[in-house]
Design a protein around this ligand. Structure first.
Ligand SMILES: N[C@@H](CCC(=O)N[C@@H](CS)C(=O)NCC(=O)O)C(=O)O
Length: 207
């Protein structure tokens, strides 16, 4: 099984964490999005990362890949078995991939990606807007959803993977969750990123 995509990508990290939690061996090819790599392009019709190739089967999109892996390697389950838990896990996956990602990634794009990889200047005003205006309501929401070690039910799930993954990039950009204002979220993110699966995925090759 081959996973395409740089370890910098929160979406790639979702796949790497899922594989680690399930104990599935894989080869990691840390390409950037739109990389001129024929095998990667065959697996990713839009050139986005991650993409997967498994014995000739190709698939793009972190959530599609996640569900493929969940069906192929069902143990340990990374989705709750009950209807409400499943619904909430799908919701958090979607929320993490869309609304949260869009704002959480801003400090990383501005402070890491632009100056180091794109060779363009940082827009610190965009970072301030994300930290002071856009992210607080999302953090308030998550703070209200956390009542134990896991977001949904009594076990680690795709909900935790999808919500925590972008915080690694947030931290790389020297941004922090204010633990006085959002104590549950700050502790939850630290504990989730400390899992061995996340540690391995955060150490994954970046390029
Ligand atoms: N919905 C996709 C999003 C993947 C995505 O947007 N990845 C980014 C890198 S973090 C990318 O490839 N961006 C290039 C582009 O949007 O063209 C998924 O969950 O895999």
């Amino acid at each position: 099984m081959i996973v395409y995509g740089t370890g910098y990508s929160p979406y790639v990290r979702k796949v790497l964490v899922s594989l680690a939690e399930k104990g599935v061996a894989y080869e990691h090819r840390p390409v950037m999005f739109h990389a001129p790599d024929a095998d990667f392009q065959a697996a990713s019709p839009l050139g986005k990362i991650p993409a997967l190739e498994d014995e000739g089967f190709r698939l793009a999109d972190s959530s599609a890949i996640f569900w493929y892996l969940e069906r192929k390697h069902p143990t340990p389950a990374l989705v709750p078995a009950d209807a409400r838990g499943l619904g909430r896990a799908v919701w958090f996956d979607k929320f993490g991939d869309t609304e949260l990602f869009a704002k959480l990634i801003v400090p990383f794009v501005e402070r890491v990606l632009k100056p180091n990889m794109m060779k363009t200047p940082t827009d610190e005003a965009a970072v301030t807007r994300a930290l002071d205006k856009d992210l607080p309501p999302l953090f308030d929401y998550l703070e209200g959803e956390i009542s134990g070690p896991y977001l949904v039910g009594e076990a680690f799930s795709i909900a935790d993977i999808a919500i925590a993954t972008g915080f690694y990039n947030f931290h790389l950009a020297k941004a922090r969750i204010d633990a006085d204002r959002w104590p549950k979220l700050a502790a939850y993110v630290d504990a989730t990123l400390a899992r061995p699966s996340f540690k391995a995925a955060m150490d994954a090759k970046k390029g």
